[in-house]
Design a protein around this ligand. Structure first.
Ligand code: F0G
Length: 478
């Protein structure tokens, strides 16, 4: 296995402090061949042209006809310089919004102007995954891969399928999903875009294990976030937030935690920006688990698992996984995107939490659905997993960890239409549907429901109903 000679300005570097081996970016390896640990993409920044200040990136906006400037990922390519520009695979990802959301801010409990929602549902495939896919597909093209695979709770597979269908580099999509474990909007995307869709009897953690084995055996390129190139693309979500704030650093970044790719990427983004002298302070990071998939919260907040300068006590993790196995405990949450008990990027996330003075919280199904309704009523809307960020911010505010004057950015990771079932079950007032989808998971109330109104097909009735509705909303306004 050829190791890098470090003549390259970008290389793959083993995360394990006692290994620290380096490998060329031309290699297709998704874990360290020497010790099996996670890999980072690392850079020799001294030999790379990095802008002297972040505001230099603003100029790129003016060059819309250049696909690399149009992309909200590759506009920042000097901060992920692992690929020659001609190898970049882009579908115009990352042109997303940072939205001021005062109504949602009231639910969270922060002052007007202090809550912002980073709306990643605007990506071509409807979730933040496109930020990472463009980078991993670029690497796949660099190494000549054609067959690409992932295990997914739905969004990774949707993004992977879109990058195969919408580009012309001969990529073939193979996706592994837990049967019955994926929201319909996402399954629809995989099928519509022509991916080979393998539904296995099991959950995400099972699918993840299988896709790794299959990729190893058949030499298929792995697109999950264990692929370090994915995370390079996901760093740019943070750059766009800074850009949206006029290059100011917020007080908090709040993100849902599943496989922990995002939180890991965000931490790496801030580590590098600080190292490069492009920012002088870092935001605090809050990672939010769903109660039914709370490995990170349990390990960090209750069992004291921490980064400790790169030597975390991973025995705490193995012991916890053994307990889950012994108890037959599987991840379970309405936020199906984050229904994961064995997050592959756990160790990198510990680094991010350490660097960004992070905290981890878990939120209930009720809190997730209520926060989701608030995001719908006061923002651009999101799927349940994304709303965990808002529910988590509210919890941290109630605890006094977040102050009312703090500037808080919650990441809305996925589009509202990804999971219409959960939304309709919450709002519709159909008791049977509510029980089946939400009640069975412990959701008791739909306190923020916007019920559809059933009216006879009669003009007078319809006009009377509108009158009644207007009176209630007018009095709400007063
Ligand atoms: N939010 C959404 C909408 C997601 O789809 C995911 C992950 C997450 C949050 C969690 O992000 O893994 O970086 O901590 N979805 C993956 C998938 C697992 O297969 O689509 P993470």
């Amino acid at each position: 296995m050829p190791m890098t000679t470090r003549t390259e300005t970008a290389y793959q570097h083993c995360l394990n402090a006692s290994c620290g081996a380096d490998f060329s970016v031309q290699q297709t390896i998704f874990s360290c061949p020497k010790c099996g640990d996670l890999l980072d993409v690392a850079y020799d920044w001294d030999r790379l042209p990095v802008p002297r200040k972040l505001s230099d990136f603003s100029a790129k906006w003016s060059n819309q006809l250049d696909p690399l400037a149009f992309s909200g990922v590759w506009r920042f390519r000097e901060l992920l310089p692992f690929a020659p520009p001609e190898m970049v695979v882009t579908i115009g990802e990352g042109r997303t919004l940072l939205q001021r959301a005062d109504k949602v801010g009231r639910h969270v409990g922060v002052n007007p102007g202090r809550l912002l929602l980073q709306y990643e549902g605007m990506n071509p495939s409807g979730s933040f995954k496109d930020n990472g896919m463009t980078a991993a597909f670029t690497h796949a093209r660099m190494v000549g891969a054609k067959r690409v695979a992932c295990a997914s709770t739905g969004n990774t597979s949707a993004a992977l399928a879109v990058y195969c269908s919408a580009t012309d580099h001969g990529f073939k999509a193979i996706i592994f999903i837990g049967s019955g474990k994926i929201a319909y909007g996402k399954l629809a995307q995989a099928l519509d875009h022509g991916a080979l869709t393998i539904q296995i009897v099991g959950d995400f953690d099972d699918a993840m294990q299988r896709v790794r084995q299959v990729s190893d055996r058949l030499g298929i390129y792995l697109m999950n976030s264990v692929n370090p190139f994915r995370l390079e693309g996901q760093k740019t979500i943070m750059y766009r937030i800074l850009e949206g704030l006029g290059w100011e650093v917020p007080d908090w970044i709040v993100v849902p935690g599943g496989n922990l790719g995002n939180s890991s990427a965000f931490g790496k983004a801030f580590i590098e920006l600080k190292q490069l002298g492009l920012i002088d302070r870092v935001p605090r990071l809050a990672v939010i688990n769903a109660h039914g998939a709370r490995t990170l919260e349990e390990l960090v907040e209750h069992r004291a698992l921490a980064w400790v300068d790169g030597s975390p006590n991973m025995r705490l993790m193995s012991e916890y996984y053994d307990e889950l196995d012994r108890g037959g405990i599987k991840a379970s949450t309405i936020a199906s995107a984050i229904e994961i008990n064995r997050p592959v990027n756990l160790k990198k996330c510990l680094r991010a939490l350490s660097f960004c003075d992070g905290v981890v919280r878990e939120v209930s199904e009720q809190e997730i659905m209520d926060a989701k309704a608030q995001v719908g009523a006061g923002g651009l809307g999101c799927e349940p997993a994304s709303a965990a960020s808002v529910a988590g911010a509210r919890k941290l505010r109630a605890e006094g960890v977040i102050a009312p004057s703090d500037r808080v950015v919650c990441i809305l990771t996925g589009h509202q239409l990804k999971d219409p079932n959960a939304t309709v079950a919450y709002h519709s007032g159909d008791q049977e549907l509510f029980e089946k989808v939400l009640g069975s998971r412990g959701v008791r109330r739909a306190g923020f429901a916007n019920r559809p109104v059933v009216v006879a097909n009669d003009l007078d009735d319809i006009i009377r109903t509108i009158g009644l509705y207007s009176e209630t909303t007018d009095s709400d306004d007063r």
